[in-house]
Design a protein around this ligand. Structure first.
Ligand code: SAM
Length: 282
């Protein structure tokens, strides 16, 4: 009998992937963790029944959450990642020799352990000597840091369960304080398409606009996330997300990527009219 994984995108819409083999199932203190293999998407990580990544399309998400801010900031050395226990964001960050340290703050140690065993494609660089992993709630961790990070990447689950606090005014205000004077914060910003996701996205954007002088939104195509149309928040103390960015300097690094490029960088900030309108109304 065929086995299918099904995620409810809304009460009326479901997304299913045919499962080849279940590799891991666990119930941690925070969430249910599933990793399975599939013919179309390769290995898949789901938390509480929601797809976090698939081997086939994770490059789209991880390249866009990392290389956009890394190209804008002229000298990003000290980085904080909140969430991101699958290791995909860290893997992209350690491609830069300029990065001196990455603090990874993941609430759920079991996610990291399971990903190290079953998802080496994303977790393979978590042992890089520049990476320090802290098993802690990001909401609490950030309260104790000031003027420290050049870049904060919020690679969290959705705004319910353990990730809820990472979409609040308190959290974004503390991220502002934890950044250096020219620091940047990016976050996964949900989808604009279905009403519930769009509402969460609007609420998060409002809190970010109230916390940072520069707050913009950019987009990417991520097939296994609800609607396939995904947004990221870009918040900055000083740098505009694409004017005055030294794209030539970034190109000289010679990174071999599959999704991000410098033409796409500026274009990703050009949003469809309905999304601009959702953001205007916050
Ligand atoms: N790419 C994914 C997505 O958008 O679907 C997100 C990656 S997933 C690995 C996010 C991680 O955030 C999870 O491992 C979860 O345990 C972690 N997380 C959730 N709430 C957190 C919190 N308050 N502090 C730190 N990590 C948190």
């Amino acid at each position: 009998m065929d086995l299918w994984f099904t995620e409810n995108h809304t009460e009326n819409v479901r997304f299913s992937i045919k499962v080849d083999k279940q590799l891991y199932t666990g119930q941690s203190e925070f969430q249910r963790i599933d990793i399975f293999d599939s013919e179309e998407f390769g290995r898949v990580l789901a938390l509480d029944g929601y797809v976090m990544l698939t081997e086939k399309d994770e490059f789209m998400y991880h390249e866009m959450i990392v290389h956009v801010p890394m190209c804008v900031h002229p000298n990003p050395r000290k980085i904080l990642v909140i969430g991101g226990g699958d290791g995909g964001t860290v893997r992209e960050l350690v491609k830069y020799s300029s990065v001196e340290s990455v603090d990874l703050v993941e609430i759920d140690e079991e996610v990291v352990t399971a990903c190290k065993e079953y998802l080496p494609q994303t977790a393979g660089m978590l042992e890089d000597p520049r990476v320090n992993t802290h098993f802690e709630d990001g909401l609490k961790f950030i309260r104790h840091h000031e003027n420290e990070y050049d870049l904060i990447i919020v690679d969290s689950t959705d705004p319910f369960g353990p990730g809820e606090g990472l979409f609040t005014r308190e959290f974004y205000g503390n991220c502002y304080k934890a950044l250096t004077d020219d620091g940047i914060m990016v976050n996964q910003h949900e989808s604009p398409f279905y009403a519930n996701d769009a509402y969460a996205m609007q609420r998060a954007h409002k809190q970010i606009v109230n916390s940072f002088p520069i707050a913009r939104v950019y987009q990417a195509h991520i097939p296994t996330y609800p609607s396939g149309h995904w947004l990221f928040g870009f918040a900055s103390k000083k740098y505009h997300p694409y004017n005055d960015v030294d794209f030539e300097k970034w190109k000289k690094l010679g990174l071999k990527l599959k999704y991000y490029n410098t033409n796409l960088h500026s274009a990703s900030f050009a949003l469809p009219t309905y999304v601009e309108e959702l953001l205007k109304d916050v």
